[in-house]
Design a binder for this molecule. Sequence first.
Ligand code: 1HE
Length: 260
Amino acid sequence: MTSTDLHFELHGEEQEVAVVRLTRGKKRNALNDGLILALRDQFDQFPASVRAAVIDGEGEHFCAGLDLSELKERDAGQGLHHSRMWHSALERLQFGPVPVVAALHGAVVGGGLELASACHIRVADETTFYALPEGSRGIFVGGGGSVRIPKLIGVARMTDMMMTGRVYNAQDGERAGFAQYLVPTGSAFDKALELAKRIATNAPLTNYALMHALPRIAEQPSDQGLMTEALMAAIAQSAPEAKDRVRAFLDGRAAKVSKS
Ligand code: 1HE
């Protein structure tokens, strides 16, 4: 499925970063069914050169969430399938081929916040604000928000947002845990691209472990988590690339950890 509301381009010397942009600015990048399905399919179609991705939105807002004009009368079964369609699309992002950095600005609300929370890193500029207007629209989150958002900000904050309509600005949002980076107005995309290029230099198996093993380990009972960690560690360190990188450090050919 493709959509004229989704733009794709490659960045980096080796075309290692995919940029996926919501280009429905006139409707504040509200996500209709076609756009959600296009997003799902986009993450299955990256060229082999791609090692990391950035997602951003055209215009003054990242994303206004679900396209409310499509929220027609659905029976319970149709509502279930609609929510599951969002789940499958956002799972493709979270557990897809490469890490995804979200570049946020303006409204990151409703399904837009659900989309952002499925990404691995969030960079927000000073114009960013976060809200879950589902509460006042008489509906509930349906794009994985109840699973992913409490992992960022906690159940209590999410409950407050939905019950009271509370809106977090960029600074409070960063402190609460929505975003890992807060940057000056207009620079979220550049920062996200810089981070994606850095992520693309990691050993692919390390990125794979961070995307696929870490979130599962974090949900396992500790004895199972420790066992899964040991298995993942053994697999990662046995890769030839890991051995090359460790050898490079021991030979003084690799960068040290530094504060700046
Ligand atoms: C939309 C949508 C939308 C804008 N669906 N059309 N999300 C919401 O409840 C958020 C609703 N949107 C807003 O609160 C505001 O639009 C914004 C704060 C995001 C931006 O405000 P502003 O003044 O820049 O734009 P605007 O004038 O409100 O909107 C411009 C156009 O976009 C306008 O259409 P136009 O034809 O009159 O120009 C709006 O109708 C349209 N538009 N947002 C449809 N969301 C998987 S479950 C997820 C559940 C949810 O996400 S519920 C939360 C939905």
